[in-house]
Design a protein around this ligand. Structure first.
Ligand code: B12
Ligand code: SF4
Length: 451
């Protein structure tokens, strides 16, 4: 039987051919919350704008008509197909199934093999440090299909666990940091044997979203980095500055996807509500002015203290649906993040309700599993959030190299989390005494549901 051609894998643009691969997720659980490999899409966009021809293989995208895909969830979110894998040796103690999430490996291989002409450079991205086995496998697969084509690995794993990646990845180059740095930019073109072109305008903020042939949702990226420094976050290690894009470019990207039928858009910004006049308000005003009937989502939490009446009203009017808030804890005197007083939290929560948001669409993240955390505080925070009628979500703490708190996590964890990224997986509860167990997991689940 001949398989349908993978519609995604087509060359776009003129010039040297660069294939981007977004690898599978290897984990105990994975749920698609409007996920896109935005870093890789930014790389491909700037390379194409500078004269390359690009193509994308996203192992997490539902592109192939004959791959059975679990039924879509709310607003385009949903489960991935998965295939159970043996537990990695390091995680032998876990009583949970470990899987490869995304397209079946053999079909990815087949689709890559059908790409004609072959790429001249392969770029593999990595999002979570502890998903690195997926990135290593994608590099392996690329080497099986095109043994002589150079392979580069970049993204968060390559940036935050560089030594580990150098030791384990079958790549010709491991790139640390963003692709827009002078050195990284030059090395991509050097590998291709091409003169180094100037960086295109909007580099790092433009996204090659058109590489998805049938998108169900799209990311919005209006800024990079964050002006704050919360202890548990790696934002500064990944991007030390705070850069905001132009409203025209952001709106053009939304409009392009809207005109292709996309109605669900997720913000990927770290600091969405900081100086919103720069790009967010102008973009939302145009959405309203042009009558775009879309749904906006903020899966990455918004800063509650900025949710005054005007902000809530504007977000609501433009079509914000899924609201995620970062409460982190109700122990307001001992926070690890952006300052937030009880008063600010309560005002923000009330303003959202008064603006008419649906309670079902408001979720509040509470941090669970910080080093030396008193878990009674987590219970109190859950009760507090439920008292407002909001849904509490436990955000399981992930110890991330480069985050200010990482050394505390190293000291608190029984695992060598600095040496082996698999132990950074929040599913193992790396800094909770005793680690993950089903009994406690069930208890927390019941608490969240108010039982
Ligand atoms: C948006 C976002 C999300 C979204 C969507 C993520 C997705 N794509 O699926 C949502 C809200 C769903 C999410 C969820 C989570 N996230 Co998140 N997320 C982010 C965020 C804010 C932005 C990522 C992004 O797209 N940035 C924009 C792009 C343009 O930047 P970039 O990826 O760095 O790409 C550049 C470079 O890396 C490089 N590059 C990238 N690829 C390549 C490839 C090559 C070859 C080269 C040369 C260069 C290169 O060039 C790019 C352009 O400059 C980051 C924080 C951050 N500032 O990065 C956290 C972050 C990635 N998330 C993080 C975490 C912990 C989580 C959660 C586990 C949180 C939780 N406790 O539940 C969950 C788990 C996700 C899951 N199971 O699906 C951590 C990562 C931890 C880790 N160990 O790696 C981060 C870093 C935040 C933090 N706390 O510090 N997340
Ligand atoms: S947690 Fe959010 S506010 Fe804090 S530094 Fe990270 S991105 Fe910024």
């Amino acid at each position: 039987m001949t398989r349908p051609v993978f519609p995604n894998i087509q060359w776009s643009g003129e010039g040297p051919r660069i294939l981007g691969i977004n690898p599978w997720i290897f984990d105990f659980a994975a749920f698609n919350v409007w996920s896109r490999p935005v870093g890789l899409l930014a790389c491909l966009d700037m390379l194409r704008a500078a004269g390359a021809s690009v193509a994308l293989m996203d192992c997490l995208d539902r592109t192939w008509s004959d791959v059975p895909w679990p039924k879509a969830g709310k607003y385009g979110t949903g489960h991935y197909p998965k295939e159970e894998l043996p537990l990695p040796d390091e995680l032998f103690f876990m009583d949970r199934r470990y899987s490869r999430y995304g397209l079946p490996r053999e079909q990815v291989k087949e689709a890559l093999g059908a790409l004609n002409p072959a790429p001249e450079l392969i770029m593999v991205s990595s999002i979570m440090t502890y998903w690195y086995p997926g990135a290593l496998d994608a590099l392996e697969l690329a080497a099986e299909v095109w043994p002589d084509v150079p392979r580069m690995l970049g993204g968060n794993y390559a940036t935050l666990c560089t030594d580990h990646a150098r030791e384990h990845a079958r790549a010709d180059a491991i790139m640390q940091g963003t692709m827009e740095t002078e050195a990284n930019w030059a090395s991509v073109w050097n590998v291709l044997g091409q003169p180094v072109p100037p960086l295109p305008e909007n580099a790092g903020l433009g996204l090659a979203l058109d590489l998805y042939s049938e998108p169900r949702y799209a990311p919005i990226l209006g800024s990079r980095g964050c002006p704050f420094t919360c202890d548990y976050c790696a934002s500064h290690a990944l991007y030390p500055n705070f850069t905001q894009g132009s409203p025209d470019a952001v709106y053009a990207s939304i409009r392009q996807e809207y005109d292709r039928g996309v109605r669900d858009f997720a913000f990927y910004d770290d600091a969405l509500l900081v100086t919103p006049d720069r790009w967010l308000w102008p973009v939302l005003d145009r959405i309203v002015h042009d009558g775009l009937d879309l749904r906006l989502h903020t899966p990455n939490a918004m800063h509650v203290r900025r949710l005054n009446k005007e902000v809530c009203g504007r977000l609501r009017e433009a079509g914000l649906h899924t609201v995620r808030l970062g409460l982190e804890t109700t122990d307001f005197d001992n926070r690890h993040d952006v300052k937030l007083t009880r008063r600010e939290w309560e005002d923000g929560a009330r303003n959202l309700l008064e603006a008419g948001f649906d309670l079902d669409d408001i979720g509040v993240y509470i941090l669970f599993g910080l080093p030396n955390q008193n878990l009674d505080n987590v219970e109190q925070a859950i009760d507090h959030v439920r008292a407002f009628g909001f849904r509490p979500h436990l955000a399981h703490y992930t110890p991330i190299p480069g985050s200010p708190m990482f050394h505390k996590a190293v000291a608190a964890s029984p695992h060598p989390i600095a040496d082996e990224p698999l132990f950074q997986n929040n599913s193992i509860w790396p800094c909770v005494p005793g680690g993950f167990n089903w009994e406690d997991a069930q208890r927390w689940k019941q608490l969240m549901q108010g039982r």
